[in-house]
Ligand binder design. Structure first.
Ligand code: SF4
Length: 329
C-alpha cells in the first residue's frame, strides 16, 4: 500500500524562559493513501501539537521540534524552507480546525474565502472566471448550493459553516487533510452528517486523513487505524477493529472505553480513569501512566516500557513485555 506520511521518533517541546513543556515524546506512525488515522486521547496528550508539527505551524519561537522526521511522500518536511513549506500547504496538506465560528472571516463572503485559498495555493495562474468556477464546484462538493458563495458566514448555520471550512481546506484537493476535532462545536445530528460527508470526500478525492479526537464514537465511524496518545507518547497503535475488539489493550485504552456510557441499556457502571494527565513540564519517570494505572508494578515507576507487538498490534506497557502474556480482561 502507498505510504503518504511517515512520522519517525518525533519529539516536540515548548520552551520559555521559565519552563520546558515536553509535548510530544518520540512518536512514530504512518498513513497510507486513502486511509484515515485517528489520534485519540485526552486534552494535553499531544494530538494537536503533532498536527501542528506536521504542518510546520508550531508557534514561534516557543514550539521546537527537537528530534525526528516527518516524511510527506518521501520528503522530510523539517528540511524544507519556509517558502517551500508554504508552497506545500493547501496543495498537498491542509487542516480543519475545531471551531468553524473562529476559522472564518466574518466580513468576507464565503466564496471569496475559498477563492483566496485557490489563488494563494492552488491556482495562481487561473483566470477570474476559472477561479469562480472552482469556488462553485468546491461548494457543491460539500453540499452547499453554488449561489450561496455570495453570502457571509453569519448567514450559515453551525453545520453549514463547518462545511464551508471543509470546502476551504479541500479547495486545492490536498493529498493529506488533518482534522482537529472538526465536529466538537456541532450538534450531534449535524456531527454525523459532517463526518459522513468527510468520509465520502476522502474516498472521492483519494485523500488521506488524520482525525484528531477524544471521541471513540468518531473513531469507530471514520478511522481505519488508531494511535492512542498519552502524555505525548503513543501507548497503543492498532487498526480500529483491533481497538474495539476484546483482548490485549493498554490500560489507558481500557480506561478510555470504561469512561463511555453503555447506550444499549446495559447495567455497566462508568469507570472513569482516576487522576489527571501529568504536568508536561514534569513528566513522571518510567511509564508516564503509572500514577493512574490500576495495574502498576514496581518496574513501572522507573523503567519506561518498550513498544512491543502483541496480538498483531503495538502496545507500550510492561504487562506485555517478556513473560507477561494474556492481556487485560
Ligand atoms: Fe500500567 Fe505499568 Fe503498563 Fe504503565 S507499564 S500502563 S503503569 S502496567
Amino acid at each position: 500500500m502507498n505510504t503518504i506520511l511517515e512520522v519517525k521518533d518525533l519529539s516536540v517541546e515548548y520552551r520559555t524562559d521559565l519552563e520546558t513543556v515536553h509535548a510530544v515524546n518520540g512518536i512514530s506512525f504512518s498513513l497510507h493513501r486513502g486511509q484515515t488515522l485517528g489520534l485519540v486521547g485526552e486534552t494535553g496528550a499531544g494530538k494537536t501539537t503533532t498536527a501542528l508539527s506536521i504542518l510546520r505551524l508550531l508557534p514561534k519561537p516557543t514550539g521546537v521540534v527537537t528530534a525526528g522526521e516527518i516524511l510527506l511522500e518521501g520528503v522530510n518536511l523539517l528540511d524544507l524552507s519556509d517558502a517551500q513549506m508554504k508552497a506545500l500547504l493547501g496543495e498537498k496538506m491542509s487542516m480543519i480546525f475545531q471551531d468553524p465560528m473562529s476559522a472564518l472571516n466574518p466580513i468576507m463572503k464565503v466564496g471569496e474565502q475559498i477563492a483566496e485559498t485557490l489563488i494563494l495555493h492552488g491556482a495562481p495562474h487561473q483566470t477570474k472566471k476559472q477561479v469562480e468556477q472552482r469556488v462553485e464546484e468546491t461548494l457543491e462538493l460539500v453540499g452547499i448550493p453554488a449561489f450561496r458563495k455570495n453570502e457571509y458566514p453569519h448567514q450559515f448555520s453551525g453545520g453549514m459553516k463547518q462545511r464551508v471550512v471543509i470546502a476551504i481546506a479541500l479547495a486545492c484537493q490536498p493529498h493529506l487533510l488533518i482534522a482537529d476535532e472538526p465536529t466538537t462545536a456541532l450538534d450531534v445530528t449535524i456531527q454525523a452528517q459532517v463526518l459522513a460527508m468527510m468520509s465520502e470526500l476522502r474516498n472521492k478525492l483519494d485523500m488521506s486523513m488524520i482525525m484528531i479526537t477524544h471521541d471513540l464514537g468518531i473513531v469507530a465511524q471514520v478511522c481505519d487505524d488508531v494511535a492512542v496518545m498519552y502524555a505525548g507518547e503513543i501507548v497503543e497503535y492498532a487498526t480500529t477493529e483491533q481497538i474495539f475488539s476484546p483482548g490485549a489493550h493498554h490500560p489507558y485504552t481500557t480506561g478510555l472505553f470504561g469512561s463511555i456510557p453503555d447506550l444499549k441499556g446495559g447495567t455497566k457502571r462508568l469507570t472513569p480513569i482516576e487522576g489527571l494527565m501529568p504536568d508536561p513540564t514534569e513528566l513522571p519517570s518510567g511509564c508516564k501512566f503509572h500514577p493512574r494505572c490500576p495495574h502498576k508494578m514496581a518496574q513501572c515507576e522507573t523503567v519506561p516500557p518498550p513498544t512491543v507487538a502483541f496480538e498483531n498490534h503495538l502496545i507500550s506497557c510492561h504487562l506485555y513485555t517478556g513473560q507477561a502474556e494474556g492481556g487485560l480482561k
